[in-house]
Every structure is written in C-alpha cells, then in structure tokens.
Design a protein around this ligand. Structure first.
Ligand SMILES: [Cu+2]
Length: 127
C-alpha cells in the first residue's frame, strides 16, 4: 500500500521508516557510508533526475537499489557514454549493491542499459 511516487517519500524511507510488507515498498536500507543513493522506481525511472556527490580521495561510493517490479542495472558513464568503473546489477525488487568509482570533479550520467530503459538517465555531479 505504500507507493513511492516522489523522491521525498523515498527519502523518508531512507530515514528509517520501515516497510510494512506491502507490495511495493523496498526493505533495503541505505548503507551508512555511501555518497549517492540511487533507486529505481516503478515507471522506468530513477528517483531523481540529478544527483550530487563529493568524492573522497577521488572516489565516489554509489549505492543502487531496485524499488520497482522490473529488472534494472546501474552504470556510470562520462559525457561520451563511456562506462566508468563497475556497475550494479539490480535484477529484482529489493536487490541492491554498492560500487566505489574513481571520478574526477565533473558531470557524469547514471544510466540503466536495459533496452527500453533509456529514460533512466540522470546526472551525477561530482565535486
Ligand atoms: Cu532499467
């Protein structure tokens, strides 16, 4: 019965409101030390159109979680569409993962490369 329709609601979940076992709420809890929290929502969408992060020693820690009913993956690309670092596979609702990616300050894209999911293309601004 809980539906994630806005990033604010998703954020609320991150702040510790636990899912009640409904059909769509994710039970995944964001790890403590991540710089970016990216969630796939129903409707083939990330939970934000733009993310920002501060690199620590040149590394950004990215957490990805699947809060939707479709399979997804999470890749970081530069402006030319070249993959940077590792990726996160998000095959089912509730799947998640964390990657450390070396990123210089600048703007990148967070994308899902599953065919038909090109709408899942958000900015990642690193400072
Ligand atoms: Cu996807």
């Amino acid at each position: 019965m809980i539906r994630f329709s806005t990033p604010l609601l998703a954020l609320g979940l991150l702040l510790g409101v636990s899912a009640c076992g409904g059909d769509s709420a994710s039970g995944s809890t964001t790890p403590a030390d991540v710089d970016v929290d990216v969630r796939a929502l129903d409707g083939v969408a990330w939970n934000a159109s733009s993310y920002s992060a501060t690199a620590t020693d040149g590394v950004v820690t990215i957490y990805g979680a699947n809060d939707s009913s479709l399979p997804h993956n999470l890749y970081v690309q530069d402006g030319d569409g070249t993959q940077i670092g590792d990726f996160i596979d998000l095959p089912t609702r509730g799947s998640d993962g964390t990657i450390d990616v070396e990123l210089a300050p600048g703007e990148y894209r967070i994308v899902c490369l599953i065919p038909g999911h090109s709408a899942m293309n958000s900015a990642l601004v690193v400072d």
